[in-house]
Design a protein around this ligand. Structure first.
Ligand SMILES: Nc1ncnc2c1ncn2[C@@H]1O[C@H](COP(=O)(O)OP(=O)(O)OP(=O)(O)O)[C@@H](O)[C@H]1O
Length: 253
C-alpha cells in the first residue's frame, strides 16, 4: 500500500475499541498521525487516553479496530515488534535506572531496540553502535553534555528529557508521549516544548497531556475524549471555540 492510501498518515488508527469487562475504556476512536505534526489527545481523568496509547504501542490488545503503520496492518503485532518498526513511547512514570549514568540508560534502550539474541558474536560492535546511537539521542534530546551524570541525580525535568532520549534511541518515526510535562516547572516546560517543536520536524507525535496552555501552543491537531469517545478532533483554534468541548472539558477549568 502506498502512503497515499493512508491519506499521508504515518500511523492511522481506525475504530479502536477496548473493553475492560463491561467498561468501554476506548470506544470507536480513530486518530491519524502525520510526520511533522503534534497530535494532542486531551480529556478528563479516565477518558481513555492512556488506554489509547497502550493500544497504539502494543502494550494492550485492541478489542476491535485497526492500526496501520505506513499502510501496513500492525494491529496484532507485539509491542517489541512495533518498537522495531518505528513506534516509540514514553511513560507517565519515570522508567530510568537511577544509579546508571544518563548515557548507560540511553545505551540500554538502544541495545534493547537492536537486540538479536542469537548474534552474540556481534556484541562488541553492537556496543559501539548502540553507544553512538545513544549519544546522538542524548544530543537530540538536549542532554548532550549530561551523559556522565548518574541519572538519578538529575532534576525531574531532565529525567523526562532522558526518557525522550531513551525513546529516540530506538529510532522511532512515531512518538507516543504520555504526559511528558507532568510535574514540571515553568522553565522545564519551556525546554520540553522547544524539544517537541524540534522533534516534530522528523517525527509524527501523539501527545497526551493535561497542561492545556502547553497543548494549545504545541499541537497542530487536538482530539478531545470524554468517557472513551472522541467528541471533537480539529485544529486548536476550532477546538477552543467548539461549544461541546467547552461544556464537556475546557469549561471545567
Ligand atoms: N487494566 C484495566 N482494567 C480495568 N479498567 C481499566 C484498566 N485500565 C484502565 N481502566 C479504566 O479505563 C478507563 C480509562 O482509563 P485511562 O487510564 O485510559 O484514562 P486516562 O484518560 O488515561 O486517565 P488519566 O488522565 O487519569 O491518566 C478508566 O475508567 C479506567 O479505570
Amino acid at each position: 500500500m502506498t502512503i497515499d492510501a493512508t491519506g499521508g498518515a504515518l500511523l492511522q488508527a481506525s475504530g479502536l475499541t477496548r473493553r475492560f469487562g463491561g467498561l468501554k475504556a476506548v470506544n470507536n476512536v480513530s486518530v491519524d498521525l502525520h510526520a511533522g505534526e503534534v497530535h494532542a489527545v486531551i480529556g478528563t481523568n479516565g477518558a481513555g487516553k492512556s488506554t489509547l496509547i497502550n493500544m497504539l504501542s502494543g502494550e494492550i490488545a485492541v478489542s476491535s479496530g485497526t492500526i496501520l503503520l505506513k499502510g501496513t496492518d500492525i494491529t496484532h503485532l507485539s509491542q517489541p515488534k512495533r518498537a522495531r518498526w518505528g513506534i516509540g513511547r514514553s511513560y507517565q512514570r519515570t522508567t530510568i535506572f537511577p544509579t546508571f549514568t544518563v548515557l548507560e540508560n540511553c545505551r540500554l534502550a538502544a541495545q534493547a531496540a537492536y537486540q538479536r539474541s542469537w548474534a552474540i558474536w556481534e556484541s562488541a560492535g553492537r556496543c559501539e553502535q548502540s553507544t553512538a546511537v545513544a549519544r546522538r539521542a542524548l544530543d537530540d534530546a538536549g542532554l548532550g553534555d549530561a551523559g556522565h551524570l548518574p541519572a538519578g541525580s538529575m532534576s525531574h525535568g531532565k529525567k523526562r528529557q532522558l526518557e525522550i532520549a531513551m525513546c529516540l534511541a530506538t529510532a522511532p518515526q512515531v512518538l507516543l508521549l504520555d504526559e511528558p510535562l507532568a510535574g514540571m516547572g515553568a522553565e522545564e516546560t519551556e525546554r520540553m516544548l522547544a524539544l517537541l517543536q524540534n522533534l516534530k520536524r522528523s517525527h509524527a507525535i501523539l501527545l497526551v497531556e493535561h497542561d492545556m496552555d502547553a497543548v494549545f501552543r504545541v499541537a497542530d491537531r487536538i482530539t478531545v475524549m470524554v468517557n472513551g469517545e472522541v467528541i471533537a478532533s480539529d485544529v486548536p483554534s476550532a477546538i477552543r471555540s467548539n461549544p461541546d468541548v467547552q461544556v464537556a472539558y475546557l469549561g471545567e477549568h
